[in-house]
Structures are given as structure tokens and as C-alpha cells.
Design a protein around this ligand. Sequence first.
Ligand SMILES: C[S@@+](CC[C@H](N)C(=O)[O-])C[C@H]1O[C@@H](n2cnc3c(N)ncnc32)[C@H](O)[C@@H]1O
Length: 362
Amino acid sequence: MEKKASHRKDKNIKNINKDNNTRRSGAAREGDSIIRGMAAGDALTSETAPVFSHLPVMLHSAVGGLAIKPGGVYVDCTAGGGGHSEAIAEHLSGGGLLIAIDRDADAIEACQKRLSRFGDTVKIVHDNYVNLPAILDDLGIKEIDGILMDLGVSSHQLDTIERGFSYSTDKDAPLDMRMDRSSPLDASIVVNSYSEDELCRIIRDYGEERYAARIAKRIVEEREREPILTTRRLSEIIKSAVPAASVQHGSHPAKRTFQAIRIEVNGELDAIEPTLRFAISVMRSGGRASVITFHSLEDRIVKTLFTELSVRCTCPPDFPVCVCGKRPSLKIINKKPITADEEELKMNPRSRSAKLRISEKI
Ligand SMILES: C[S@@+](CC[C@H](N)C(=O)[O-])C[C@H]1O[C@@H](n2cnc3c(N)ncnc32)[C@H](O)[C@@H]1O
């Protein structure tokens, strides 16, 4: 039953691409399945779209932070289940344009269904948001009025066991963790071919895991016995590498390592800075960037860029006159990141680590 449904789903994605075959010549982009010029209502039906469960985090603050102008052009880089996109499209009140991007085919299907009522106001694009310059170029758009990023994984990705993101040992799945299932690097390649040092660095830096060295060493020992191909086996190996006392207290012992491997597989930190910098460069005065992060390294990237673009002269203080000529292009709206309130935390514990930063183009 499951298999048939997902078969039908894949077929629909292919049909959409074929029917909208307006890609320019040039390098193929992620997934080779950008959905060109497709209005939100073009294809999928409620029978074919997958059930997509994800509660949008800090919905009102993040979308409110965009200070949406009806008729403006907005980009949601991480459309997921379409929660933030839907709210943006509602604010556009029938005019303007929302470009909703995601690299995950399941998210694209969910957005097709959820955003269909907005017709031509919403363009849905299956791509990596790092390709934003080409995406805007293809749509003939030179300037935008705002960008939203809600980084990390969706609940749908985490909770769909066969996607391999879950460290739960109750159910088993192939080690995958790819947001875009056509991308060549998956979690089994990372776990079975990276050196012990590389694994240690990834688990320590991306997972902020204090037992990174022990876990990396155990992974390498175990994979020499037999390749590690499933989430359950990896989870058990990690559990066996950390001290028993730390297993009893706190979160699941594999949580941080799984997060680290997922960040590596999807290159999650690499695309943020260049995309935001580009988006701000093509933003009209008064346009806003609203970014939700879930990891300290993500937040640091956003904070550093916003600070860089918002400072005035960077000449040493003892220079009599400015020689750098630097003018700020951004105004930071909230110096301290906004976090989820108690009510949201109760409803959606995954919002606990979320931080929202907003800035405005001068
Ligand atoms: C936290 S979810 C977004 C949820 C969404 N805001 C909602 O309201 O449903 C993050 C989404 O971003 C997507 N994503 C992450 N990195 C991406 C990238 N580089 N390019 C495109 N999509 C990406 C993931 O596939 C995932 O669906």
C-alpha cells in the first residue's frame, strides 16, 4: 500500500517537470527537478500529496518580521510543509509573488496541495536555495522585498522512518538522511568512508557532542567488522560508546551524532551565508530578511553577516578620516534573537532551540 502511494507520487513529480520543461540550458541543479513557472495549483490532488506533519515555528514573529507589502516579491527558501509560505501568501492578499523553494520532493508535494488556492501568486521551486540567483533569473525577477529561512529539518523528515533521520531504535531504516534523495552523498557514505578524524570533527562541531572522539573511534572499529548500514545499528554503536551514566541522564545518546551526520550529508551550513548575502544584495530598500536557526553554528553565520552589513566605517579609531568608505546596507531589527514563548514550547517542543533574527535593507 505504502509503496504504491509513493510510486504514484514520484510519477506526478516527473509529469510536472516534463510539463514545465522551461529550464534554461546550463548546469543542471540539485535533483534536476526544478519546477519551472509552475503555479501552486497546477497538478497534485489530495489523494497523491503525502501527509506532511510540521508545525511552523514562531509563525507570527517570523512572518510578521517580514513586514510584508501587498504586491511585493518574497522568497521562502525552506518551504517544507508550507506553513510559513501560506501565511506569507495570505499577507500578499492576491497580488505580488511568493517563491517557495525546497530541495525535498515530499515538501514540494505538500506545498502544491497547501498553497494551491493562491494560484499564480505562488511559484513552487524544487531546488537547493543556494541556487537562488539562477532561480530568480529564470523567473525574470531582479529585485525582491523579503526572504525567509527556517533552517534545519522538518518534522516530516525526522518522523518518516524510512528517510533515515531518526535515531530511535524501535524501528530500523537504511542510513540515508538526504533532504534531496537524488543527491549523491548519504549518511552511509559518511559513516562508512570518512576517516576517524573527519568523523570526530563533524560529531564534535556539528553535534556539539562531548564524546565525539569515543564515538568516532567506535564507529571505525565497528565498520571494520561489517559496514554500518542501518539507523538502529548506528544508534546502538553510539550508545555503546558513551559512558553509561550519561545515557541515563539527558537526551538520547545518539541524538547529537545523528544531527551532526545529517548536517554533513546535506551541507546545511554551506549555503546559508552566500544565499542570504545575495538575497540582501537584490532586496529593495525596506525589504526584510527573517531567519530561524536551530543550531549555534547556523545562528553565528546569520548574526555575523547581519553585523557585517550593518556596521558603518571599519577604519581603525585613530584614523582622522574614513578611508574605507563603508556604508551600512542593513538595519538589525532585533539585536537579541527572538525565541519561542512558553505556549509554543508546550505545543511544539522542537521550537526550543529556535532563534529568530530579522534585519531590514536600508
Ligand atoms: C524546518 S523545515 C521548514 C518548515 C516550513 N517553514 C513550514 O512551515 O512547514 C526546513 C525545510 O528546509 C528544507 N531545506 C533545508 N536546506 C535546504 C536547501 N539548502 N535548499 C532548499 N531547501 C532546504 C528542508 O528540506 C525542509 O523541508
